[in-house]
Design a protein around this ligand. Structure first.
Ligand SMILES: NC(=O)C1=CN([C@@H]2O[C@H](COP(=O)(O)OP(=O)(O)OC[C@H]3O[C@@H](n4cnc5c(N)ncnc54)[C@H](OP(=O)(O)O)[C@@H]3O)[C@@H](O)[C@H]2O)C=CC1
Ligand SMILES: O=C(O)C1=N[C@H](C(=O)O)C[C@H](O)C1
Length: 256
């Protein structure tokens, strides 16, 4: 995602890359960030020092890992920099940490930054509200590339949350995250998740609403990681002048 972000910033006249961070020992350290992204030199040197990378920045675009995101949330809050979080696979404890940091700075956090997925979540919420839970079973199916380390995807959870909100139920209390063996029949009102991994799939998500004699399927297919990067840049630009708080991509895109 780092390379996609550098590309999205270069293509947006309202944005400027001020720093680029990688982990100590990574091949990209001390290289030109534009060259690492395959765009030609842009004069920004990749560093392993977060302080150096964040110095002078208005926003941090963070697509890393939960432990890093926790640490960067503290740094962003302390420096008063907006924190745009795309990292997924965060625990409840990580989420609570981010909530606390959002008391001190602007945080935009979303399991998916693309316009299409955010609109899909609105449609899922409406469909789930309209369809009787006793008749319509909701399953969220996702497939990603073989390098992905967390499951279900952040997007699948975001879509599951949209369905739960539409039904006015608690997702954690009603979700089935895996099935194996003699599971018994499906619990009425459950929201199920199924995960596929393989190849180079950028990100496919379907919310299946299975009713008596018919099936409604709402899907999104990501073809290029640029859609996530462009959303993150949009969020960073939007964050300017906002009051501290935890925001979603619905806030950024103005859809509900
Ligand atoms: N919300 C959205 O729209 C999207 C979210 N994502 C999420 O973004 C995250 C990253 O995805 P992706 O780019 O594919 O993953 P990668 O593993 O390719 O990239 C993550 C990078 O972050 C680096 N990193 C981790 N910890 C630190 C740290 N403490 N300091 C500096 N660098 C660090 C990793 O280094 P190292 O390899 O050395 O650990 C790695 O280079 C995932 O959680 C993914 O699910 C991805 C796409 C879209
Ligand atoms: O890891 C990925 O690649 C992606 N992660 C996000 C997720 O967990 O949903 C967003 C997108 O689907 C790609």
């Amino acid at each position: 995602m780092g390379q996609a972000l550098i590309g999205a910033i270069a293509n947006d006249p309202a944005a400027r890359l001020s720093g680029a961070l990688e982990r100590e020992g990574a091949d990209a350290i001390l290289r030109d960030a534009g060259e690492v992204a395959g765009l030609g030199a842009n004069g920004v040197t990749v560093t392993a020092d977060p302080d150096e990378a964040f110095d002078g920045a208005d926003a941090i675009l963070d697509f890393t890992a939960p432990a890093a995101t926790r640490a960067f949330a503290d740094m962003a809050a302390q420096k008063g920099i907006a924190h745009i979080i795309g990292t997924t696979g965060m625990s409840a404890d990580d989420e609570a940490h981010v909530h606390l940091a959002a008391e001190r700075t602007v945080i935009v956090k979303s399991g998916n930054m693309s316009m299409g997925v955010i609109l899909l979540s609105v449609l899922v919420e409406r469909a789930a509200a309209a369809l009787e839970a006793s008749d319509w079973d909701i399953e969220v199916l996702e497939m990603h590339h073989k390098h992905k380390v967390d499951a279900p995807s952040g997007t699948a959870l975001l879509l599951g949350q949209a369905a739960a909100t539409g039904r006015d139920i608690d997702l954690d209390q009603n979700s089935v995250r895996m099935r194996d063996g003699h599971t018994g029949p499906r619990a009425a009102g459950a929201i199920g998740f199924a995960t596929l991994r393989g190849g180079s799939v950028v990100g496919d998500h379907s919310v299946i609403m299975a009713g008596p004699g018919e099936r409604l399927v709402l899907s999104h297919h990501a073809e290029d990681r640029g859609i996530f990067a462009r959303g993150a840049v949009k969020a960073a630009i939007w964050s300017r002048g906002q009051a501290p708080g935890l925001y979603s991509m619905r806030d950024v895109l103005g859809v509900s």
